[in-house]
Design a protein around this ligand. Sequence first.
Ligand SMILES: [Zn+2]
Ligand SMILES: [Zn+2]
Length: 245
Amino acid sequence: MVLPDECRVCGDRLKKVSRIPVCPNCLAAPEPLAAEYMCAACRAPFASPWPLDEHGLCGLCRRGAQGFDAAYSYGFYEGTLRELIHLLKYGKVHTLAAPLGRLLALAYPRDQRFDVIVPVPMHWRRRWDRGFNQADLLAEVLGKRIGVPVCRAARRRRATPPQAGLTGARRRENVTRAFSVRKAEAVQGRRVLLVDDVLTTGATVSACALALKRAGAKHVAVITVARADRRPSIAQSTPPLGETA
Ligand SMILES: [Zn+2]
Ligand SMILES: [Zn+2]
């Protein structure tokens, strides 16, 4: 095997021989997410407190539109973290599952207890095309780190069209009933931690969580390496203090 000598993210020369073709600086770059306001359940970030009710819940959670009970993510889906996830997923750099799985372990809520980890499944045809499911790789790393067994209990029923470019409502419709549970005994009456790489609208994991609940899961939380930042961009809000026009 020929080892690459340049970081696949920043292009810097790699000084040490490693199975991961990314330099230590880029691996250390992703920062934990921080936002002024977050939903108490799904942890969606908000730029103001107004979308949250007196219990700190966002509109989706208030309406019970999320199939999961809670969501945890390490960072925002942008910059270096986004590039690392793309390298794992589309660049097929499997070795990145270890450092990205470490970020999952950092996002893991220490005050909670889970009985089983379930990776969000891919339809077998897409998995065949890609050769692997990144959620499986991440779930394995997390499971070893936190000592919780991994069970591929969920199954994707049909190949859903790619979610990119669809609105939230269309995404939800697109994935409804796209999941089934093949090992109900693994989730019945249990607290399940659902693993995926990225949380965008939450429609996919929401549908998967609903399938697990239908199969008898008592509690379903979601953990992802990154989540989309859907707050309005800084450019659209007021300029920082101290700046004059
Ligand atoms: Zn680099
Ligand atoms: Zn919420």
